[in-house]
Design a protein around this ligand. Structure first.
Ligand code: SF4
Ligand code: SF4
Length: 208
């Protein structure tokens, strides 16, 4: 079982972060179990692997508010150096479906905080060709893993919207979280750049 990533100081400062990281861990565990089962059942290996990134290009990425907040936090408070500088340039010119803004030098620069859809989408057999939508070209090779943990994820995330526990189950069943979803490329991601500057300033002040 993979270890949950931990950022104790940040989680203490941002209570939502602890729940988001718990949710990502639950999702990753469910994905791993599904992939092991599917690989055995199909007798075919997963095509996804390091360096494979066509799924980060020309795809609409649905995200909820707290997934966006996670990207925002990681990009401004954890990333640093040349990767953060490159990301700044990408965020300032962003706004179209094209290469995901967070794909820096061919790698996901926010990997520990990548959204759910980026954790759950897999392809079997052969890697996606550039521009290929596997749902159109070979539906049987596409696999959305980790669906069984959706209710557990709801229990981590729905209370973050100020919802009382007795309402979590029925709101989950009514599609509450997906109704709050947005498409990543439509969001004002350039605002993250301003927050990067504030975060750098605060970090320097804390370390002074
Ligand atoms: S979904 Fe397609 S492009 Fe993305 S990692 Fe898997 S095989 Fe590669
Ligand atoms: S967030 Fe990362 S994994 Fe998801 S589309 Fe962007 S670069 Fe790819």
């Amino acid at each position: 079982m993979g270890e949950r990533v931990r950022y104790p100081d940040h989680e203490a400062r941002h209570p939502w972060l602890e729940r988001l990281l718990n949710a990502y861990q639950l999702c990753d565990e469910a994905v791993r179990a599904d992939l092991a089962e599917q690989t055995t059942r199909r007798g075919v290996a997963i095509a996804c692997g390091p360096g494979c990134r066509n799924c980060c290009i020309d795809q609409v990425i649905p995200v909820s508010e707290f997934e966006v907040l996670g990207l925002w936090w990681y990009a401004s408070e954890i990333l640093e150096g040349p990767v953060q500088e490159e990301l700044k340039q990408r965020l300032l010119g962003y706004g179209e479906v094209g290469e995901c803004a967070f794909l820096v030098d061919g790698r996901c620069c926010v990997y520990p905080l990548r959204p759910f859809v980026c954790r759950q989408y897999y392809v079997f057999s052969t890697p996606c060709a550039p521009g290929e939508n596997v749902f159109d070209t070979r539906l049987n090779d596409a696999f959305c893993a980790g669906q069984s943990c959706a209710r557990d994820l709801a229990w981590q995330l729905i209370p973050l919207y100020g919802v009382a526990e007795e309402n979590v189950d029925w709101l989950y069943e009514s599609g509450y979280v997906s109704r709050k979803g947005k498409h990543l490329h439509t969001l004002p991601l350039d605002n993250i750049v301003m927050h990067m500057k504030t975060a750098t300033h605060l970090r320097k002040a804390r370390n002074a």
